[in-house]
Design a protein around this ligand. Structure first.
Ligand SMILES: [Zn+2]
Length: 242
């Protein structure tokens, strides 16, 4: 193990209040496409004649609710995706009471699937659904396994509990995330480039000792971090946990 990895391992082993901040990079090993960077949705542009931003917008849901329901049932639901070693490592540290939890930009729900309970999902989650009219809630199994598309109470379309383009982020989620970052002694950023809001702004609330950034590419916070690793998430986690 090289010196940088050794240093990272020591910081993690000595930390008691770790907060994780994760982005699309942690789910790459689970085969989840990066919706926000639109890579996974490129085929849709030519097929439907719509840009990915429109397919994931409040405007599309408003204009064509049935088209929206059809789109997310066909393209967005990820029934076959499983948490990987990174999600499991994060959940394990929470169970050991050494982590305050995780803030994520991802909508794949893989942190909760891995067993994390303190998860602030900034852009919502594909693990929950609700009726656009009466707001009755539906779980993942109802929608994914039983293919329920319309509310059993009122017949209106059911939507995923994700933040669409044109919608505001949930204020309570943001406030929880800020608290988690402020209370942390160690902040570990995994698989996020920290260039889009609210990610970039949230990191600036950190007042603790150790900022760690593990991401494939450089981020604007690299020069202020204790440890920066530009590498694959799973191999880093495997190296420091073995
Ligand atoms: Zn309803």
């Amino acid at each position: 193990m090289n010196q940088k990895m050794e240093h990272l391992k020591n910081i993690i082993n000595e930390a008691n209040d770790i907060t994780f901040f994760t982005g699309a990079g942690v789910s790459v090993a689970s085969g989840v496409p990066d919706f926000r960077s639109m890579g996974g949705l490129f085929d849709e542009i030519s097929k439907e004649g719509y840009a990915p931003e429109y397919l994931l917008s409040a405007e599309y849901l408003q204009n064509d609710p049935e088209g929206f329901v059809d789109f997310y049932h066909k393209r967005l639901l990820l029934a076959d995706k499983q948490p990987n070693a990174v999600h499991q490592w994060i959940a394990q540290l929470e169970h050991e009471h050494r982590s305050l939890g995780v803030i994520t930009q991802n909508i794949d729900g893989l942190h909760t699937d891995a067993g994390s309970t303190h998860v602030d999902e900034l852009h919502g989650t594909l693990n929950r659904f609700y009726c656009i009219q009466c707001h009755h809630q539906y779980d993942k199994a109802s929608v994914m396994t039983h293919h329920i598309r319309h509310c059993e109470k009122c017949g209106s379309p059911i939507r995923p509990d994700i933040v669409l383009y044109g919608e505001m982020l949930d204020e309570q989620t943001i406030s929880n995330a800020i608290q988690k970052i402020k209370a942390a002694d160690t902040l570990v950023v995994l698989g996020s480039s920290l260039v889009v809001q609210p990610a970039a702004g949230l990191i600036s609330y950190f007042e603790g000792q150790h900022l760690i950034i593990i991401n494939k590419d450089a981020t604007p916070y690299d020069r202020t971090a204790d440890v920066v690793i530009h590498d694959d998430m799973v191999s880093v986690v495997n190296a420091i946990t073995e």
